[in-house]
Write a protein that binds this ligand. Structure first.
Ligand code: HEC
Ligand code: HEC
Ligand code: HEC
Length: 427
């Protein structure tokens, strides 16, 4: 088939798909709640729902900085325009106070609003669909207790054609299949619990995956640049990046629950995920997640050793970086980049530095950072920002040095790359 015939076939096909998806039953009430869920005392159900809402980090998107909890209004920037999170407090008019448990399930599991409108996957129902009806009902019970706030949800500001429901119908036909998590009988109950939490409520893939041209995460947890925000969420299936195959379960659990560990600390958007969500997991659930993450296969091949240039300019560039390091960074990160774990992360052998994508260390040096404050690490140590004291060339030099010193071996970074990230807002 040549290109024109392909298009001639594809366009009508997409239209048919759109029409079918459009007229598909608007309301799928799904499975009935289990007897256990029906019998659960309401207070217990609400507490369970509150726990799940933390694990799913519903707060992150549905609350603006300084705004009322769950009243919405946060603009999620996408390459297609902004999607504004709606009010999901128990207000009858502007929130979801008049929704039934079936309506709530239909949103979470099928990505459809009470009035049948298809919802944008900026709301990660593509993950929440994995959650059970009982978990949905527990969250519903919790959201009915959220203090009502009267605040009309703002319209999205997406560009044409992304603002069309038919377009969304096509997207869903291609990338969305509602399905509750199906346990793998060959694996332990703990592993299955971890998989459920990572794939369902945790929606880790929303950041840890590259998005295709239509914004779908169809490549597993193999890492991706977060659009617009400009941080790199490393691959969880590659030992060159943040794959955890060779980590102790204890170190992984520490990282998820406290934000620090012997091996690394979290920063940037991941620090928020730990602060708002993961630190609140029970010890059993955090451990289950760690067991599952550790089991993910390492999909990266061996890296070709980087052949460093022997040119004098290249050596001078690194020497300049070393000088900056010794003056500005050595006190905290140590003469040999050994750090003082868990508070001052080691830089020698730290994978966060040597990934192909160097945006994270660049942004840390520019903006500084704090590990998240958590129950397990209530007074996190911080790193000061250097954007005022170091220019683009100096930041590039010191990051290049980190990528070349103490056994690290990754290509240098350029000052133009630093410049690109200098003025990106933090969130
Ligand atoms: C990553 C951001 C994000 C997270 C996390 C998130 N949401 Fe949303 N949610 C959105 C956005 C954006 C919309 C609007 C989608 C649309 O209008 O097409 C939305 C829509 C909804 C709606 C539909 C409301 C309406 O008036 O139509 C409900 C209900 C909802 N979310 C509940 C939840 C719950 C419960 C959680 C946690 C389990 C959650 N959301 C987590 C971003 C998010
Ligand atoms: C809002 C986006 C976002 C979400 C959601 C998210 N991550 Fe991350 N994650 C990041 C970014 C950005 C980094 C790089 C910064 C860092 O290393 O701390 C990261 C880093 C990590 C690391 C490596 C830490 C290190 O320094 O070695 C692990 C492990 C991780 N994430 C696990 C998870 C798991 C498990 C989930 C789901 C429960 C998750 N992430 C959800 C953005 C996200
Ligand atoms: C006052 C102490 C301090 C100084 C000075 C300092 N850092 Fe840091 N650095 C930290 C802390 C604490 C963290 C962990 C921050 C986090 O988790 O958000 C960190 C994290 C980092 C990381 C990310 C590593 C990881 O896995 O979390 C890099 C890269 C880094 N620093 C480089 C530098 C460079 C380059 C300099 C000098 C230009 C420097 N630091 C100066 C304290 C410091």
């Amino acid at each position: 088939m040549n290109r024109n015939t392909k298009i001639a076939v594809a366009v009508p096909l997409l239209l048919v798909i759109a029409v079918v998806a459009f007229i598909w039953p608007k309301h799928d009430t799904g499975p009935a709640p289990s007897a256990a869920s029906k019998a659960m005392p309401i207070a217990e159900k609400v507490a369970r729902g509150a726990y799940l809402a933390r694990a799913a980090d519903c707060m992150a998107c549905h609350t603006t900085r300084g705004g009322a909890a769950f009243a919405g209004g946060r603009a999620l920037q996408t390459p297609f325009g902004n999607v504004i999170s709606p009010n999901i407090t128990a207000d009858q008019e502007t929130g979801i106070g008049n929704w039934s448990a079936d309506d709530f399930w239909n949103a979470l599991h099928n990505g459809k609003a009470k009035d049948g409108r298809l919802l944008y996957p900026a709301f990660p129902y593509t993950n929440y669909t994995a959650m059970t009806r009982d978990d949905s009902d527990a969250m519903y019970a919790y959201f009915q207790t959220i203090a009502p706030v009267k605040q009309a949800s703002a319209p999205h500001t997406l560009r044409f054609p992304y603002n069309q429901q038919a377009m969304l119908a096509v997207w869903r036909a291609l990338y969305f299949k509602p399905a509750v998590y199906a346990p793998d009988a060959g694996k332990s109950a703990e592993w299955n619990r971890g998989a459920y939490l990572v794939q369902g409520p945790g929606h880790c893939i929303a950041c840890h995956s590259e998005r295709n041209a239509l914004g779908a995460s169809d490549k597993g947890l193999s890492g991706g640049l977060i659009p617009v925000l400009g941080w790199y969420a490393p691959s969880l299936t590659s030992d060159r990046e943040a794959g955890l195959g060779d980590w102790d379960v204890k170190d992984i659990t520490d990282l998820l629950k406290t934000g620090i560990s012997q091996r690394a600390t979290v920063f940037g958007p991941m620090a928020e995920v730990v602060r708002e969500s993961l630190q609140h997991l029970s010890d059993e659930d955090a451990r289950a997640m760690a067991v599952y993450l550790k089991s993910l296969p390492n999909e990266s091949g061996k890296r070709e050793p980087y052949e460093r240039s022997k040119e004098p300019e290249a050596a001078a560039w690194l020497a300049a970086g070393a000088k900056i390091y010794n003056k500005q960074c050595l006190d905290c990160h140590g003469k040999n980049g050994e750090g003082i774990a868990p508070h001052y992360p080691p830089l020698a052998g730290n994978r966060a530095l040597t990934m192909d994508e160097a945006v994270n260390p660049i942004r840390l040096v520019l903006n500084g950072g704090f590990a998240p404050g958590t129950a397990g690490n209530p007074r996190p140590y911080g790193m000061p920002p250097f954007s005022h004291s170091l220019n683009d060339v100096e930041v590039a030099q010191v990051v290049s040095y980190l990528r070349a010193a103490w056994g690290n071996n990754a290509p240098p970074v350029e000052s133009t790359t630093v410049n690109r990230y200098r003025n990106v807002p933090l969130e």
